[in-house]
Design a protein around this ligand. Sequence first.
Ligand code: HEC
Length: 162
Amino acid sequence: MSPRTALLAALLLGAGACSNDWRTDMWYQPSLRPEDAPRPQPDRSVPLGAVPHYESRDDTEALANPVAPDARSLARGQALFLARCAPCHGPQGHGGGPVSRYFPPAPDLAYATVQARSDGFIWGTISYGGKAMPPAREGLSVRDRWDLVNHVRFIQGRVHAP
Ligand code: HEC
């Protein structure tokens, strides 16, 4: 036997010894497959940038408004209202926006029923929607939504422009 043939024979023997586990597909591997459940998070861990989680406006009813209705908040609230809410609630917030012709009409925000809502409930309506109103939180920070609550209170005549 030449040294070359001996080497070849040794290699073939070695390959033969593990032939059963010589996978040619990527199915059997230690990594997680798409259909596997994610690994559970470690006990008592908290995600980075965690914020409280609410399901609907019923959960936010008791939240207190942390943003004072100062000039800055009211100006921001009004700008956001004109961009996001006026199509349904009208530019003054008293209903009759153009979308209301094709959608369940959006109410006058100065109605007594809306006046009686808590700030937290209005914040939750903006964030998670109402019975017919779609959620409006996309692209709005928590603070933006409190500025909108302040503007709704301005529409209701309950806070006044400084
Ligand atoms: C697509 C149309 C639409 C848009 C956009 C919209 N709303 Fe509404 N909104 C409604 C309708 C319809 C209702 C009444 C039925 C309901 O509660 O869902 C309503 C109800 C409300 C109420 C009263 C909730 C209650 O039950 O007392 C508030 C407050 C309100 N909207 C604020 C806003 C604010 C602020 C924005 C902008 C961020 C906004 N809405 C954007 C359609 C809209």
